[in-house]
Write a new protein. Structure first.
Length: 255
């Protein structure tokens, strides 16, 4: 079975931290403990010129210069979680996954609510084939924003590989995550295709073909056609399989 998944990370979102109040807080012990922990790990947003220049260079792909500037910014404000995340992005772009993970760890220690940090962390873990850790990162991302369809899709992707390669029986329900992703975004072509892959692996051929057809309708891709073609052949609808072989060859190669 040909597998094709994609991942996209958005740009860095700005942080806004509420100013602390001198008024006494009222609440149960659990809430007070949580507030104390958040106060201890509180990130101070940096507006230094170094960090501003670093973000520009990071956007322009000047990763080594961006790292140097972010580090200079951290000398001014060592509690800037965005600077650590910026370094992590630059290190990841330079194929330095472990260094990136270290910086992400520093970022979330300062600000445990950095959604983008967990998404980047999951991407790195997936690239390293550490699928159980990718699942944990995406679960945290879902807790922070349960309305983001891509987090469910990516967790389904990680769960697929965790069960396929790692025999992880405790991995999240892939089809449930894909259904959630599609409920949030019905036009999510990659989720339809992933659903087709899952259904095909369970020998639910008709349902798989329907999912691949929807993926192709939304976003015609080479892999989607190949997946659908393979299912037609497995279903012994040989003439449709060979028609698709010809169509794929013409549409993606000869055109």
């Amino acid at each position: 079975m040909i597998i094709a998944f994609s991942v996209g990370l958005t740009g860095c979102a700005s942080e806004s931290e509420p100013e602390s109040s001198n008024k006494p807080r009222i609440g149960n012990n659990k809430s007070n403990k949580r507030r104390k922990k958040q106060k201890k790990n509180k990130s101070v947003v940096c507006h230094s010129q170094e960090c501003k220049e670093a973000r520009v260079n990071l956007k322009d792909g000047k990763n080594k210069l961006a790292i140097a500037l972010f580090k200079r910014g951290l000398l001014v404000n060592p509690k800037c979680a965005r600077a650590h995340l910026g370094i992590a992005k630059a290190e990841f772009a330079l194929n330095e996954g472990e260094k990136a993970l270290q910086e992400i760890g520093k970022a979330v220690a300062l600000n445990p609510n950095m959604l983008e940090a967990y998404l980047l962390q999951a991407s790195i873990y997936s690239q390293q084939q550490r699928h159980d850790k990718a699942i944990s990162s995406l679960t945290q991302a879902i807790k922070l924003d349960p309305t983001l369809a891509s987090s469910y899709y990516l967790r389904a992707r990680a769960a697929y590989f965790a069960t396929w390669f790692d025999d992880d029986d405790e991995a999240p329900d892939m089809i449930a995550d894909l259904e959630k992703a599609l409920a949030l975004n019905p036009s999510y072509a990659e989720a339809h295709e992933a659903k087709g892959i899952y259904l095909a692996s369970k020998h639910k051929v008709k349902e798989a073909i329907a999912s691949f057809s929807k993926a192709i309708e939304l976003k015609p891709t080479y892999d989607s056609y190949l997946n659908k073609m393979e299912d037609f052949i497995n279903q012994n609808i040989w003439w449709l399989g060979w028609v698709l072989i010809f169509f794929v060859f013409w549409f993606f190669i000869l055109r």
